[in-house]
Write a protein that binds this ligand. Structure first.
Ligand SMILES: Nc1ncnc2c1ncn2[C@@H]1O[C@H](COP(=O)(O)OP(=O)(O)OP(=O)(O)O)[C@@H](O)[C@H]1O
Length: 581
């Protein structure tokens, strides 16, 4: 999904006239040129300024952001550093599009794509742009084919010792996204939350869900360094103190399918009166609307493909699980909307907007039973929208859409949706419990799938546990080997047990073949470390570098030596390992 960039707080002003509009840079034109966009839309005008800028300190306005399609004159004056600078312009981001625009041009701003993350970055310290680090290598031990099928049962390839590459990449990307910061950000600090980064990829605000335009940010808490998701409701005025306290009840809702809510407060830091909700942050999540529906209801040609029935049942089971937890806590979700449910992992969804309407529509108070009934109907509308790929605003002729669902999916699915959409009657009471009983078989399937996944992850985790042990062992060895002096003793690491440990290091890591070429057999290295970690009785033949002396020593003794030498470093005196080391 690509839309033109926008911002919660457009900056007007003369200075923008000098800055080439980012939409022009990216798309070649700006849709808002005639609608109040204050940036420069004349590329030629920008070029002379860019060349000047390139002579100055590298900063966020450096011409390095010029895409490859731009004239080469600018590029000739760029340093390699500048060429590598990330295509990220906070100021442009902050002002390219007038607020409130209903347009839906593709967005290019993807917070996850900001490569310059500096966890300790002090936003106020400097206005200059820090040199970006090298892009992360996601294939350090990529498990790519072709695979050898002729290995003996005890033989392993390097990848066997690590988690699958796709899982590792997913986790690395998530932590990368979680740690991103926005240099030169103009977003305020909301004590204790700092380093706000916008998560909205769209400038198009849809106030129909909460009655207010909302903005979503990632932020770090200075209390304990945890990362949260902050949702801001722009222009909200608190009239009743009790309203905000209703969030407390939501803290009790702990469900695998509900985004946890931690706090809510009002602030004027954005220059208006805003209401902020603090929730769990799930990096790189996307709303169901982003995943399954076209960004613009009118863009029929971009129609996405039908969602497989299995996936729809999985969603039904998870939403039912969430509603069960919410209704059992005598609350109601109140916003079952495709834009307010996020996909956090494959097929794993969480309700995201809970508690907000309890605050903003605190009065007049409505019976929770009534709201729970509405939840079930909204659940039906949501599933109908997903089954027919229809935007919530376009869900008009329900009967027609229900019939359509029966043609593309099973009758059971159609009837389930129809049941949700039918208001309860004295003869047919509707509760989430009744619903759960009705779809029990699908919930069992969903449970089975998630437990299979759990088993799979547990087995990957156990492999990484072993890798953690190896890493600790290596760190100890590194702390001992080649230490020049310790406790006043010159060449401490060259004497006694430490000398043997050095020879072991050579044996494990510095082997050479008969021509003197390094033997980089990672399997051998891991085997040596594993044996030492366990301290087995197997003996190893260690030879001095001059080839004159050999030691035949067991891994058990080597382990003992390592513990003793490392203990010496820790305490400053000789340590004798106990019997049960
Ligand atoms: N708790 C969260 N953790 C991580 N990302 C989130 C979280 N909540 C929302 N997001 C992300 O923030 C982005 C904006 O979410 P939002 O709920 O505003 O959706 P939207 O489609 O922009 O809706 P609206 O039109 O109401 O603003 C989405 O990409 C969503 O995945």
């Amino acid at each position: 999904m690509r839309r033109q960039v926008g911002s919660p707080r457009p900056k007007g002003g003369r200075e923008n006239k000098e800055t080439l509009c980012r939409n022009v840079l990216i798309y070649g034109h700006c849709r808002y040129e005639d609608q109040g966009c204050t940036f420069n839309h004349d590329q030629n005008k920008g070029k002379s300024n860019q060349t000047d800028a390139s002579k100055k300190t590298l900063n966020v306005e450096s011409p390095s952001f010029t895409p490859a399609t731009q004239q080469t004159t600018t590029r000739n004056v760029l340093s390699t550093q500048a060429a590598n600078a990330p295509s990220f312009t906070p100021r442009g981001l902050g002002a390219a599009t007038p607020t409130g625009s209903q347009d839906s041009e593709p967005a290019s701003f993807n917070p996850a794509a900001i490569r310059d993350f500096t966890p300790g970055f002090d936003l106020n310290a400097s206005n200059t742009f820090a040199t970006p680090g090298q892009p992360l290598q996601h294939h350090l031990y990529a498990n790519v084919g072709p695979r050898r099928e002729d290995l003996l049962p005890y033989q392993r390839t390097t990848s066997d010792f690590f988690m699958p590459e796709d899982l590792r990449q997913e986790m690395v990307k998530k932590s990368e996204a979680a740690l991103q910061v926005m240099p030169n950000s103009q977003l305020p600090r909301l004590d204790p939350y700092h380093s706000l980064v916008p998560l909205d990829t769209s400038n198009r605000k849809n106030p129909t869900v909460f009655g207010y335009s909302t903005w979503v940010y990632k932020a770090m808490s200075s209390k304990h360094g945890r990362i949260y998701c902050l949702r801001r409701l722009e222009g909200y005025r608190l009239t009743n103190e009790h309203a905000i306290r209703s969030v407390k009840e939501w803290r009790r809702v702990v469900s695998a399918n509900v985004v946890r809510i931690h706090d809510a407060f009002t602030t004027r830091a954005f220059g208006d009166s805003s209401l902020i909700f603090v929730q769990d942050y799930h990096p790189l999540s996307r709303t169901l609307a982003e995943v399954h529906l076209t960004p613009d209801p009118a863009a029929r040609f971009q129609q996405k493909s039908l969602i497989p029935e299995k996936v729809l049942w999985s969603y039904i089971s998870q939403i039912a699980t969430a509603l069960k937890a919410i209704h059992s806590a005598h609350l109601a979700a109140r916003c079952l909307d495709v834009t307010k449910i996020i996909l956090t992992e494959k097929n794993r969804i969480r309700l995201n907007g809970c508690s907000i309407l309890d605050v903003v529509q605190f009065e007049p108070r409505r019976p929770v039973q009534e709201l729970q009934q509405e939840d079930l109907i909204s659940f039906g509308r949501l599933m109908l929208g997903l089954a027919t790929l229809t935007h919530p605003a376009e869900l008009m002729d329900m009967n027609l859409l229900v019939d359509q669902t029966g043609k593309t999916y099973s009758v059971v699915l159609r009837d389930t949706i129809a049941w949700l959409l039918t208001p309860q009657s004295a003869a047919k009471p509707k509760t989430i419990d009744v619903f759960v009983q009705g779809v029990a078989t699908h919930i069992v399937t969903s449970l089975e799938e998630s437990q299979q996944r759990e088993d799979e992850l547990a087995s990957h985790l156990s492999r990484e546990v072993e890798n953690g042990r190896i890493a600790r062992l290596m760190m100890k060895l590194m702390a001992i080997n080649e230490r020049y002096e310790f406790n006043g003793e010159q060449a401490w690491s060259e004497n006694g047990d430490k000398y043997i440990l050095k020879l072991f290091r050579d044996y494990a890591f510095h082997q050479v073949d008969r021509d003197g070429n390094p033997v980089l057999d990672i399997g051998h290295m891991i085997r040596c470390l594993n044996k030492m970690d366990v301290g087995i009785e197997e003996k190893v033949n260690l030879t001095s570098r001059d080839g004159q002396t050999t030691f035949i020593i067991s891994y058990r003794e080597l382990k003992k030596m390592l513990i003793s030498a490392f203990g010496e470093l820790q305490t400053g005196k000789t340590v004798k390992p106990g019997k049960n080391y």
